[in-house]
Design a binder for this molecule. Sequence first.
Ligand code: C2O
Ligand code: CU
Length: 501
Amino acid sequence: MPRRSGHKPINRRRAILSLGGVVLGAGIGQFATRALAESGKGANQTYPVAPEMPAGVQPTSVMLTAKARLRQLKPAPLPPNDIYDYADGDGPIVMRLKQGDWLEAKLVNEIQEHTTIHWHGIRLPVAMDGVPYLTQPPVLPGESFTYRFQPPDTGTFFFHPHCNTVEQLGHGLAGVLVVEGDETRPHDHDLVCAYRDWRIDEAGKFMPMMTTEGAAKAGTFGQHRTINDQEHPVFKVPAGGDIRIRFLNLDMARVLDLGVTGTEAWVIATDGNALPPIKLKSWRLGPAMRADLTLRAPATAGTRIQLVNYYAAQPIVMAELEAVGPVLQRPDFVPAPLKPSAIPEPQLEGAETFPLRLGASSVPADLPPDLVLPDGSVLRYADALCLTPNTFWAFNGQPWPSQSHEVLPPPLVTFQRGRTYVIELINQTPHIHPVHLHGHTFKVLSSSKGDIVPHFADTTIVAPKERVKIALVADNPGDWMIHCHIIEHQDTGMMGIFRVA
Ligand code: C2O
Ligand code: CU
């Protein structure tokens, strides 16, 4: 398929990559090389190595080709959109494994800038975590990288790039990973609902993914709201059947209050982690957060129920479920809990607390000025290094990149392997931040607002002025990212490293 143009930032970045070895008067090539070398992540960098897959294991193998694809996001006669995805199809790829399976996923990069895959929420060895320069080399255009790991936990997860995320994820690069094996009573139907907005205008054209205004505030929102890339889909479900909904908020900025109208529903998992069923009123999901719901479909064919977002001036129906016959005969509905995964339980007694202040950045990033290339395109140093020229946000006063962007910033904190730590997330800003930790599943303990049911998660929302305590057992050695999952916040400073040693 011929490469389609239209991704301006990508063309610009293509210039960067092809300039890598060229000596330029302005020193751009030298800068990029030096920056990588000084970061310790240059050509000679040794990255962590993953444990071998045991002999005799038959992994589930999949090829994920990141490339531009055409997808009809808005109805014809508007043209299809030039998106990125890992596979063809009508929506994001959904991969299903059984607990205990190994996954062997070969990422083939056919976009015009480097990429990687981060397996969001999976407690895997650090070498498989997919953070370029930190855990692996960036996967350059035309190159590939094979991820091999055994997800330890059941649940609803997803995966996405971890570089220039605002562009790559903004154009659609993400997939869903389900690890099955947690049901104590099988459902009749298992429905993945991946929510996201698209930054496309009335004419169906992509708009800039990032705005200064959005990055400095609540994020830049899309206009076209979809589930599984469809606007207001109607999913057919068996009438009278037990339905599991795996709801994922894959948006880069939008916070949702998920509700169901037309029947009762229960939350049975948060970020893939079982919790005793909680009757759903509405459940807040920031970017990257997931909730699994269980419900009984209406016993009359043709009847619909709605998935609603209440975090809006007027409730918005995101999708509907329509019961279709024949009607299943099931005993009275009682929500069945899921089997919990073996997440280590934090030992809170005597645990150290690490305060993490979520704040605005006062440090302007000291990047060299943009360089205008002979073809008129603009090259930003930041792009070559997954950095951004703007920093609006910081953890404990340290924006990413820190003083110098020529080195990876030192870890914000080092945790001793095997110990429990409490992290107190202190939001000093007037905006919501969904905070995500890599490599570990944590327990959300409490909030200064007093409204938290303790539960396991990999991403948790901290509201303005709120303090949220989370706890984790630091049992996965390595350097791990911690960041806000409003991608513009992540890309403008609210990101750091924590070390488990
Ligand atoms: Cu889903 Cu570092 O993120
Ligand atoms: Cu944020």
